[in-house]
Write a new protein. Sequence first.
Length: 281
Amino acid sequence: MSSAGNSSINCATARQQMSPYHDDELSPDLRAAMAQHLEGCLECTRSLAELRALSRTAGQMPTPTVPAGIWPQLENKLSADIPRQRALPANLILRRRTWIGLATAAVVVVAASTAVFVWLEHGEHEHGHVAVNFANYLDEFERNPDAAQQTLLAKYEGQAVSYDEAATKVRYQPVTPERLPNGLSRKAVYLLRMPCCTCVQAIYQSTDGEQLAVFEHIDDQPGWFGTRPTIHTRCNGMPTSLTQVDDCLAASWNHQGRFVTVVGARNVEQVGELVAFLSPK
């Protein structure tokens, strides 16, 4: 962990305060301490740059219409669910971010609540390992996707299968067509024994050698992306989470009661094409 000069803020605190710092929501003293830390910490400065880039991306997208009565519905749902779970830690209290917007903030509440409930149900230890393993996979994916894939296969008893074998094992037709837009061809299909489910993964490769990974899984898995900057918006009308992963994007959305996660998209336009292709209206 890096630190900055005599700043009273360390990297862990800086990560927690990154979004309110970006939104100019901090007190003058805390903002000054953040600025001092950022002057001497390359890692946190890079995280802030990623957040700014992702915020600009969100600003380029059309603002969806907020359904009438959405907040009362969410409040009723959360009020009904929370008493059945253990009390939430203070650091998991949700705050609406103005840079995301009212409609997408609703998605954040639902997604974060789901993540908390999954964490409470299955245990911190099990999902903590997944978060670490997947973070390592993402770190390596852009530099060396083949090496990243081998690590993931080793961690989760990955098995190369045909499309038909995958469909038989999981008992549904996976979203892994032979070809995707932009000249991407399916290179391989795998089954991964993840804590959440048996996950179907397909690797696609373009003519210039770039790779794209498509995962299909039962539960939403926001923990896979750790503290990376994430926004919640709509692509092709579909509620979609976008996460910055180095120079590429990861995206997740709900498809017929399951979740599709794409890793390695070059830009938002490609994400939109993939959502439209894999989950047509």
